[in-house]
Design a protein around this ligand. Structure first.
Ligand code: NAD
Ligand code: ZN
Length: 250
């Protein structure tokens, strides 16, 4: 970790009026939930194109539930890591207005953040694509695949490829991106559309961009102002520590 870049980033956070964060699967890797890229993870056995599309679900929901069940078990056992907790602290101190997450693991909220937009929905409810009934996941816990009272297989209310973004999340994220002066992009490859339009909207409206990732992305050489290479669970706490020092908080 480059101490000078951490200091410059912390100063930006400290001096900005409207900082937001966009997070992706990478922020939860240190909590034990693999991203799409991990070599031996879930997604090497379940190709997202084959298991995470709405047409795959409609054609063979039972098959897709084999992947969903594993994902659900990983998410249930996961705890927020220092990156989630650090963002929660920044929010509490007033240095972070909103988190827009592409994740469906609830770990930002578990890490203490309140203003979280779940761009790809939430795994705590299930719906029936056929009759429209909706259930809380707890009602169906342990039932694989979970069935609607109409007899069809239920779908978690997360956004599959080919499905629209929940309208509130779409509108609110757009407004936030257009009015922010600093965007922190953490653990996302920024290839999934339309979430990947958020960074350029912010940039066009004058926001500075801090990117935290293990490796460079297509954003790094195009719109990123400061690239912090490293694990989110190490970089975010280092930033929080420096912001606190600037603010005179111990
Ligand atoms: P992605 O898998 O395409 O990219 C993850 C990025 O995070 C990569 O650029 C990788 O280099 C980086 N990364 C990995 N470990 C990191 C770490 N410890 N610290 C910092 N960076 C790290 O993920 P995406 O861009 O979010 O797109 C995948 C889609 O699938 C999204 O919709 C995502 O939310 C969903 N998904 C969600 C979860 C979850 O809810 N936790 C898990 C897998 C996939
Ligand atoms: Zn039904």
């Amino acid at each position: 970790m480059d101490a000078q870049l951490i200091n410059r980033s912390a100063e930006l956070i400290y001096n900005s009026k409207h900082t937001i964060a966009l997070t992706g699967a990478g922020i939860s890797v240190e909590s034990g939930i693999p991203d799409f890229r991990s070599k031996d993870g879930l997604w090497s056995r379940y190709a997202p194109e084959e298991y995470a599309t709405i047409s795959a679900f409609r054609e063979d929901p039972e098959k897709v539930w084999r992947m969903l069940r594993e994902m659900e078990e990983l998410v249930l056992g996961a705890k927020p890591n220092p990156a989630h907790i650090g963002l929660g602290e920044l929010e509490r101190m007033g240095y972070l207005k909103y988190i827009i997450t592409q994740n469906i693991d609830n770990l930002h909220q578990a890490g203490g953040a309140r203003n979280v937009i779940e761009y790809h929905g939430n795994s705590s409810t299930l719906s029936c694509l056929w009759c429209g009934n909706s259930y809380n996941v707890e009602e169906k816990r342990g039932e694989y695949p979970p069935l609607c009272k109409c007899g069809k297989i239920l779908k978690p209310d997360v956004v599959f490829f080919g499905e629209p973004i929940p309208p509130y999340a779409l509108t609110k994220s757009f407004q936030l991106a257009a009015s922010s002066d600093l965007l922190m992009i953490i653990g996302t490859s920024a290839v999934v559309s339309p979430a990947n339009t958020i960074p350029s909207i912010a940039k066009q409206n004058g926001a500075k961009i801090i990117e935290i990732n293990l490796e460079e992305t297509h954003l790094t050489s195009t719109i990123t102002d400061i690239f912090l290479k490293g694990k989110a669970g190490e970089v975010v706490p280092a930033l929080v520590k420096e912001v606190k020092r600037l603010a005179g908080i111990n």
